[in-house]
Design a protein around this ligand. Structure first.
Ligand code: 5GP
Length: 255
């Protein structure tokens, strides 16, 4: 498959046309941003950690009956996806109170939300992604009531599957963001599911295992992404990446 024209550049991903109709390439770049782009950096390997986790999660969801745009990985950073007509919504599912709902509402951080709370924002950086309700979404012709119902059903299912998957690795899925698109009348899960779009806490220590490490200077975010990617994908190789030694360059062992 050949990568063709650049279609779109986001804050951390670029989307390209290919020589195959209906298939696009999403490149996960090494860029990381927070606070509407107010904080930004480029960090080596970041793209591959997020691409690897997204591919793993999408494959797992597909096996469990969720339709996603994921087709295959071309290499560590480039994902082949089916082309969708994207719906400009950020669909956030929250299992515990954290982040913006603690800042904006009288929730104590860490309060379990049962049933999980679904919040839908209008994806528009220039307006700082304002929160929508169903009536506004329909009035803006972003989605029909039937589509909204379907999106929420898929969001709850993804949340249940993903929470279970992560719990097995000792990780609490606090909240996460999804984006959806249409192909004809069918709704697909698009975009990414990665450490940039999930809020994850270690079940034992409560430590942040996601972009909050970068947002709030809690430590070396790439060390966190490397470890959490290995934990989620169960590939010890991901964690070992940095320590691979070229035998030609290796120093002889001191005796
Ligand atoms: P909050 O509303 O607390 O800032 O975010 C809730 C969850 O949605 C977090 O897991 C956060 O990472 C994710 N999220 C919210 N907005 C965005 C966004 O614009 N981009 C990405 N990648 N994730 C987002």
């Amino acid at each position: 498959m050949k990568q063709k024209k650049l279609l779109y550049t986001g804050k951390a991903k670029s989307v390209y046309r290919t020589d195959v109709k209906g298939k696009l390439i999403v490149e996960f770049r090494d860029d990381i941003t927070a606070f509407d782009g107010g904080k930004k950096d480029t960090l080596k390997n970041k793209g591959s950690y997020n691409a690897g986790v997204s591919a793993f999660v999408f494959s797992y969801l597909e096996k469990n009956g969720v339709k996603t745009h994921f087709l295959e990985m071309l290499d560590e950073k480039r994902m082949v996806v089916c082309e969708l007509s994207m719906i400009p919504l950020e669909v956030i599912v929250r299992n515990l109170a954290a982040g913006s709902i603690v800042r904006n509402y009288p929730f104590k951080e860490g309060t379990p939300l049962k049933p999980p709370v679904i919040v839908i924002d209008y994806k528009d950086d220039s307006r700082h992604d304002p929160m929508l309700n169903d009536d506004l979404t329909v009035a803006l012709k972003i989605a029909t009531p039937a589509e909204l119902k379907r999106i929420k059903t898929i969001a709850r299912k993804v949340n249940a599957l993903l929470s279970g998957l992560l719990a097995k690795q000792g990780i609490t899925l606090v909240d996460f963001k999804m984006e959806f698109g249409r192909q004809g009348k069918t709704i697909y899960l698009g975009d990414e599911i990665s450490m940039d779009s999930m809020r994850l806490w270690d079940k034992k220590t409560g430590e942040s295992l996601d972009k909050d490490v970068y947002r709030f200077n809690k430590g070396d975010v790439m060390v966190t992404y490397n470890r959490v990617a290995a934990r989620i994908t169960k590939k010890p190789g991901a964690a070992a990446k940095k320590t691979v030694v070229d035998p030609k360059k290796a120093k002889p062992k001191a005796r």
